[in-house]
Design a protein around this ligand. Sequence first.
Ligand code: COA
Length: 161
Amino acid sequence: MAGHEPIRWQVQIRDVVFGRNVIVVEPVNLYECFIDDECFIGPFVEIQRGVRIGKRTRVQSHSFICELVTIGQECFIGHGVMFINDTFQTGRPAPSREGWKPTVVGNRVAIGTNATILPVRIVDDVVIGAGSVVTRDILEPGIYAGNPARKLRDLPAHGTP
Ligand SMILES: CC(C)(COP(=O)(O)OP(=O)(O)OC[C@H]1O[C@@H](n2cnc3c(N)ncnc32)[C@H](O)[C@@H]1OP(=O)(O)O)[C@@H](O)C(=O)NCCC(=O)NCCS
């Protein structure tokens, strides 16, 4: 059976404002976003329009950072971390961007491999465990994990294991 030619778009880096000394491992799909000094962006990452990423933050391979997400400085976004801006609140994907919600991640936040982050606010100095699903705002520093993510414990005092 003869098929049809699909419309083919390419992954690209388009209209991105980079700070100094940013490392990007291609292929990536980055557009209309801002990535500050000394960030690292691993391969197979998508970062969408309007996203802002602070200085020295590392985004590991296969992560998806959607519109309306802001990430602070010195964060670690693990492999395959997925952000969400459309919660399907009306029972289906929002018909327009007006139905999307923002996420704000503070500074020094480490998000473990394969975590999913719904539209929330996360304060500074937080660790999110691998595979967690963050469904509510995280308003105090600490280590959180699970689905839904709950606080496991405080962060160790600086310099202790
Ligand atoms: C969340 C995390 C930081 C917790 O580490 P920890 O404080 O040493 O926790 P522990 O191993 O002592 O586990 C404490 C409890 O939390 C549970 N737990 C730990 N990590 C969990 C996770 N990711 N999801 C769900 N539960 C988790 C443990 O099963 C244990 O439960 P129990 O008390 O009922 O047995 C760590 O497990 C983790 O997920 N780190 C992410 C690492 C990562 O993704 N790195 C990416 C770069 S390779």
